[in-house]
Design a protein around this ligand. Structure first.
Ligand code: NAD
Ligand code: UD1
Length: 332
């Protein structure tokens, strides 16, 4: 019997990456996580610690990757497919440090693509973002909507997509880029001001601390649950579905930040005060996707509705509070 395929997950100690590792491990594959633990946590992978089909390699995609990955190959053999999540993920940080964002989000991706072409990797998945769209593009956005990013983060995600296309045309490297809308769920770190809004608001609601809404709260987002995302990433990565395509991944449901706040306070039974502050620079005003291409190419239909996903995430937040050491495993 042949050995299970060896999959590399960059950024696999992070929020979406670690759920994708769960999906890949559950399918019986061999998985190497490559992560610099800048925002990821070993605690997100503790369920696989010591498993014979799992290994963690500390490393940075902004540096030379071939040498550290020889260790991964020595143990599990040729890397067949790569899920590339490793990135600086906060829009405001990219605005403060555009050059740094080029390093982590664009140069890092180019290094992974170079590795893939020189090492005959069968397919690369790339975590792109709805932040590539024009703030003024009519919603819902489809993959043909105007791409005109309003942040260096979005610019670098879009540029990385062009690199995927370039590698496909020149070297025949197969890839799929999924443009995630706003992903939420367990393991999203609420500690940073730049974390996802749901993780921050749930944390504030449970602890009774004030919730800060930027702008008037009528800006909208399309929130998609992390296990739905991990499943569709795994499907695109392991099959020919979505080959050399760029596809939006969301739910098609547009939610205002005000409505989200009310639901969170209600679910948590919280009396946290709500404050309003000026809009964050670079924030998209409205964001929601069409579902047609994801349905047609990936047969994607999200399973978890917002209220159900918020309940599951709330349960996780409460559980984490009973074991405070759990999220201190980051090397950051
Ligand atoms: P995350 O911060 O939890 O995960 C990122 C992971 O990458 C972390 O484990 C971090 O330690 C690692 N990392 C960062 N820089 C690295 C580097 N230079 N070398 C090696 N590892 C590095 O964030 P996430 O929300 O899980 O995001 C995963 C991917 O999905 C990112 O590419 C992000 O841009 C993209 N994305 C996320 C969302 C969202 O809503 N969360 C939406 C669109 C796109
Ligand atoms: C998020 C992702 C980004 C991804 C993009 C795709 C994070 C940290 N960022 O960016 O990687 O590419 O979705 O669309 O997950 N808000 C508040 N109060 C807060 C925090 C946020 O009102 O305390 C508001 C923001 O101003 C914004 C909305 O909530 O209008 C969503 O913010 P956030 O969760 O940071 O996500 P995006 O900026 O959309």
């Amino acid at each position: 019997m042949s050995e299970p395929a060896h999959i590399l997950v960059t950024g696999g100690a992070g929020f979406i990456g670690s759920h994708t590792v769960d999906a890949l491990m559950t399918r019986g594959l061999r998985v190497t996580v490559f992560d610099n633990l800048s925002t990821g946590y070993m605690g997100n992978l503790e369920q696989w610690d010591g498993h014979p089909r799992f290994q963690f390699i500390a490393g940075d995609v902004t540096a030379e990757v071939t040498q550290p990955l020889t260790l991964a190959v020595a143990r599990f053999g040729h890397i067949e497919r790569i899920a590339h999540f490793a990135a600086q993920t906060a829009v405001p940080i990219s605005m403060d440090d555009p050059a740094g964002d080029i390093q982590s989000n664009l140069a890092g991706t180019a290094r992974i693509l170079e590795y893939a072409r020189h090492n005959k990797v069968a397919k690369v998945f790339f975590a792109s973002s709805s932040a590539i769209y024009d703030d003024d593009a009519p919603v819902p956005v489809s993959e043909t909507s105007s791409a005109r990013p309003s942040s260096p983060y979005g610019i670098n995600k879009l540029a990385a997509e062009f690199y995927l296309d370039y590698y496909a045309r020149l070297y025949g490297l197969c890839s799929t880029a999924l443009r995630f809308m706003n992903v939420y769920g367990p393991r999203q770190d609420p500690k940073s001001w730049y974390s996802g809004v749901i993780s921050i608001f749930l944390d504030r609601a449970v602890t009774g601390k004030p919730i800060t809404i930027f702008d008037d709260g009528e800006q909208t987002r399309d929130f998609v649950y992390v296990t739905d995302v991990a499943e569709i990433v795994t499907h695109a990565l392991l099959t020919d579905a979505g080959n050399n395509a760029v596809i939006n991944i969301g739910t098609g449901v547009e939610v205002t930040i005000n409505a989200l706040t009310r639901t969170i306070l209600d679910l948590a039974g919280s009396a946290s005060p709500v404050r309003y502050e000026p809009a964050r620079a670079g924030d998209i005003r409205r964001s929601v996707t069409t579902m047609d291409k994801a349905q047609a190419l990936l047969n994607f239909a999200p399973r978890v509705e917002l209220r159900e996903g918020l309940q599951a995430t709330l349960a996780w937040v409460r559980q984490e509070m009973t074991r405070p050491a759990a999220r201190s495993g980051s090397a950051a």
